[in-house]
Design a protein around this ligand. Structure first.
Ligand code: GLN
Length: 307
């Protein structure tokens, strides 16, 4: 079905505006693969509910999905174990950086939300217990929803994540000391680092996020989440998806969104469309500078936001 509002001119206009914007931030530098990315690269895609995709710039270029995958592992785990998960991870914004340890001790090893690293480790741990293959389950889901069988884990990036993974290892061991991790921590870390190392393009990720705009319905028409669960995931994205800048993101963009340090951000207009934008230069919170600016322009130009 074609849409009364065609998104292509909107995307073209946003890309032209972003091109004129001087400050792009700096790529993540904790691993060489991300540090080498050019901050001037920019791509953006919009997928309608029926799978029609529009794009501009580097929208077909695969990039490191990183923390964007936290949305999909959350959804997949909820589909398996429903509300049981919420006994092990909270739903409140943390107000702290994504890799912070500080709140865990006060909260008995229960992370504040599933989108900071501590919370994502709990989700991946539980998904691994449910499926026996957390990263493989994630990859299979992303391939099915995007229709792209070539999506893959970049094993070099995963090895690099492992080599520089002391902070995540500390988070895993600390939560294990409270009994909030079920698998051996090295097994969990391996799954988590491989999860972070999935590469996909804006087109792939806009399509893969579609179930959140379709109130839980997958690309093939089957249901992954109940309507309530889809609402819950969208709500947690709005309040926690961009870490300690989630308030600013809600203020500027007004959509559920999730960023990753690879420079990607996904966003959902429930009942209407999904978006993915990529530009590797980050702000001090780990969110893509041009990505947030582009989504800000999108909701301003189209009026499509949850508000
Ligand atoms: N691999 C990164 C980490 O665990 C992912 C963080 C992110 O994208 N915010 O530190």
């Amino acid at each position: 079905m074609s849409s009364p509002l065609t998104f292509q001119p909107v995307l073209d206009r946003i890309a032209a505006e972003i091109e004129q914007t001087p400050g792009r931030g700096r790529p993540a530098d904790y691993i060489p693969a991300l540090a080498a990315c050019d901050p001037r690269r920019f791509g953006m895609a919009v997928a309608e509910l029926d799978g029609t995709v529009y794009g501009v710039g580097d929208w077909r270029q695969p990039f490191s999905t990183q923390s964007i995958t936290k949305v999909f592992t959350l959804a997949l785990d909820l589909a398996h174990e429903a509300d049981e998960l919420w006994e092990h991870v909270g739903r409140e914004p943390s107000g702290n950086p994504f890799n912070s340890l500080v709140q865990l001790e006060y909260e008995n090893g229960i992370p504040r939300n599933p989108f900071i690293n501590a919370g994502a480790l709990v989700v991946t741990d539980r998904l691994h217990t449910q499926t026996g293959d957390a990263a493989g389950t994630l990859l299979g889901f992303l391939r099915a929803e995007s229709g792209n069988d070539e999506l893959a884990i970049n094993e070099d990036v995963a090895a690099s994540e492992t080599a520089h993974g002391d902070r995540n290892a500390a988070l895993g061991h600390f939560m294990a000391s409270y009994g909030n991790i079920g698998n051996p921590v090295p097994v969990l870390l391996d799954e988590y680092f491989r999860q972070c190392s999935v590469e996909a393009s804006c087109a792939d990720l806009a399509l893969a996020t579609g179930f959140l705009a379709r109130h839980g319905i997958r690309a093939d028409g089957t249901r992954l989440l109940t309507m309530s669960q889809a609402k819950e995931v969208n709500a947690v994205m709005l309040t926690c998806g961009t870490y300690d800048a989630a308030g600013e993101f809600a203020y500027r963009v007004g959509l559920p969104g999730k960023s990753g340090v690879g420079g990607g951000i996904i966003a959902v207009v429930p009942g209407r469309c999904t978006l993915c934008v990529w530009s590797p230069g980050l702000d001090g919170h780990g969110n893509s500078v041009a990505g947030v600016a582009a989504l800000d322009r999108f909701t301003t130009i189209t009026g499509l936001s949850v508000f």
